[in-house]
Design a protein around this ligand. Structure first.
Ligand SMILES: [Zn+2]
Ligand SMILES: [Zn+2]
Length: 332
């Protein structure tokens, strides 16, 4: 049974999930390797996943049978279990709590595509709406505090199945990086009375050199201190803290921005493995506080190794100024 433990030295939670060790990782090789016949996410193989939680389907089609466009299923090798279990326990040094949480898989199209840039534009728009609906559904479950959506594309980026899909993981605690960000944001706004991300975006708009793309509601920017080469964030230009509250228009713009920025990255870097992640404020975030949800895109062109993983200090060989210039050129 999975368990959350808090590191007494760093005050940081980790998830211990032995079930994850059993998952097959041999399916993804460089390039397209699985065929629809042996892909558990292709239509016709619905029985290879757990029963679906939700799906966009043709009228008259049955659950767990073909006829779907987007499918949501529980992860077969979950990092967390949807059973709340006993109360948090462990004292002093060794704090622990049950590995309660939800771990879902969102299959973003019926076609056997690898990258979201291969999805039809309307399918990608539907995918972002399904992301929002699943954030909403999980936000209503007692005991869950926050959720993160992760997409891994390519074996090096952690994908164990190549068919385009994302994972949504909801936890009873905020992940360590979000906790740190919220604390820093709160301290900054207590000191200045303003929103930290709004201030950063205003500075980026006048500097211009790290901005990749601007829409009506969203901005794509290579952040000032990126950990990864060509790391790009797409985020709301105005304060919008919870992804589940995003308006339809903004979501459609997000689908377009994600597809264009990823297309530029794939052109410039010859289809690298990548991760994208949707960070959002906790479900019951104080509406007076400020935070901006974001989609962070991280191409994998260098491998984070021992130094980065053990220190948290990353070495990035490409400045964000150069990355943004390259991506703007690829977009034009
Ligand atoms: Zn497939
Ligand atoms: Zn703001």
């Amino acid at each position: 049974v999975p368990e959350l433990r808090r590191d007494p030295l760093l005050n940081r939670w980790v998830i211990l999930a032995e079930e994850r060790a059993d998952r097959p990782i041999s399916r993804v090789r460089p390039g397209r390797s699985a065929t629809p016949a042996d892909c558990p996410f292709c239509p016709g193989n619905e029985r290879e996943t757990l029963p679906e939680i939700d799906a966009l389907r043709d009228a008259g089609s049955e659950a767990d049978a073909p006829g779907w466009r987007i499918r949501v299923v529980p992860n077969k090798y979950p990092a967390l279990r949807p059973d709340p279990g006993p109360a948090p326990s462990g004292i002093d040094l060794f704090a622990r709590r049950p590995g309660f949480g939800h771990h879902e898989v969102i299959i973003e199209g019926e076609a056997h595509t690898l990258s979201v840039t291969e999805l039809a534009p309307d399918r990608l728009r539907e995918a972002f709406r399904v992301y929002r609906e699943r954030f909403r559904a999980l936000s209503r479950i007692t005991g869950l505090e926050s959720a993160v959506l992760i997409k891994n594309v390519g074996l090096a980026a952690g994908a164990s199945i190549e068919h385009s899909h994302s994972q949504l993981i909801a936890t009873p605690v905020a992940p360590p990086s979000l906790e740190t960000e919220l604390r820093i944001t709160r301290e900054w706004s207590e000191r200045t009375g303003r929103c930290l991300t709004c201030a950063i975006l205003a500075a980026e708009r006048s500097a211009r050199e790290r901005i990749v793309w601007r829409g009506e509601n969203l901005v794509a920017v290579c952040p000032w201190a990126p950990r990864f080469a060509y790391e790009t964030w797409i985020l709301p230009a105005r304060c919008e803290s919870r992804f589940e509250a995003t308006a339809d228009r903004t979501l459609d713009e997000l689908a377009e921005a994600a597809s264009r920025v990823l297309g530029a990255i794939e052109t410039r870097l010859e289809h690298p493995p990548y991760n994208y992640v949707i960070h959002s404020a906790p479900f019951r975030f104080d509406s007076r506080a400020t935070y901006h949800w974001r989609l962070a895109i991280m191409p994998l062109i260098t491998q984070a190794a021992g130094y980065e993983q053990s220190t948290g200090l990353y070495i990035n060989p490409v400045t964000p100024e150069r990355a943004a210039r390259d991506l703007r050129a690829a977009l034009a």
